[in-house]
Design a protein around this ligand. Structure first.
Ligand SMILES: C[S@@+](CC[C@H](N)C(=O)[O-])C[C@H]1O[C@@H](n2cnc3c(N)ncnc32)[C@H](O)[C@@H]1O
Length: 257
């Protein structure tokens, strides 16, 4: 049997549901088509505004130069542009961000936000799949992905694409939900995730299932040590991670050296 045929038959998870690997991207796209217009509001409601602090920690690690020095960031699965806008605000005149996302609706919301903030000269929105990036080798100084990697069906493919488009000396940073490991907080987090989030999702976006998928997909994502090993396997060096908010999220880092 050829490798391609084996992959067609492979299975994966869409939240807790086991589905053919080839079906996952379509299901994920439906989720973000459905929630795009209320996505930013939902982030604030679900995290009590905490996602802002987590994203700021990511941008601090990106550390764009404050000078006019050219600096190019690819924000993958960048959706409505949060990481891009924060990076441009933190960097100097030479900072340019490409937001790449597979979902046209998320990108449209992001492009409208960029225009409203007068940032369209510094931030570009482009449609693309993390598994097959439409960029030349060694194009970017840094690649980020925030709360995106767990939605990608073939994560190892995306990691090797990220490695390919990074320049040597460049850094990969990934912010993702992780595993809460503080006794007491874990029970509370579980209750909040499964009882509160899908219901708030239903009230705000009309789509309970989308948010049920989001909380289930967090539980199915590899533990931080296992994900760090995947990053290393893609070729990255000096791989590390930091957990925040009792393990609710983890910030992963790797260098192309
Ligand atoms: C939870 S949102 C994160 C958006 C943004 N990074 C943020 O932190 O607000 C996940 C994003 O991943 C995108 N996505 C899912 N699969 C993708 C893929 N294969 N390639 C690129 N983007 C993808 C979705 O369209 C969605 O915009």
């Amino acid at each position: 049997m050829t490798a391609a045929r084996k992959e067609t038959q492979a299975e994966t998870h869409f939240g807790y549901e086991q589905i053919p690997l080839d079906e996952k991207q379509g299901r994920v796209d439906d989720v973000f088509h459905s929630v795009a217009k209320r996505y930013d509001l939902m982030n604030d409601l679900m995290s009590g505004g905490l996602h802002r602090a987590w994203k700021d920690a990511l941008v601090t690690a990106v550390n764009p130069p404050k000078s006019n020095k050219p600096f190019t960031l690819l924000d993958l699965a960048g959706g409505t542009g949060d990481i891009a806008f924060r990076t441009v605000a933190a960097g100097g005149q030479g900072t340019r961000v490409t937001v790449c996302d597979i979902n046209a609706e998320m990108l449209t919301v992001g492009a409208e936000r960029a225009q409203a903030q007068g940032l369209d000269h510094a931030v570009t929105f482009e449609r693309g799949n993390a598994e097959e990036l439409p960029y030349a080798d060694k194009s970017f100084d840094c690649v980020t992905i925030a709360f995106g990697i767990r939605n990608v069906p073939r994560i190892p493919r995306a990691l090797s694409e990220i490695y390919r488009v990074l320049k040597f000396g460049g850094r990969f940073l990934c912010l993702e939900f992780s595993a809460v490991d503080v006794p007491g907080l874990d029970k509370l987090y579980e209750l909040y995730s499964f009882q509160v989030i899908p219901n708030v999702g239903r009230m705000v976006t009309g789509d309970r299932e989308a948010y049920q998928y989001l909380v289930e997909s967090i539980r199915k994502f590899p533990k931080p040590k296992a994900f760090a090993a995947m990053i290393e396997h893609a070729g990255f060096r000096r791989v590390s991670y930091t957990q925040m908010t009792g393990g609710v999220v983890a910030l992963h880092s790797g260098w192309k050296l």
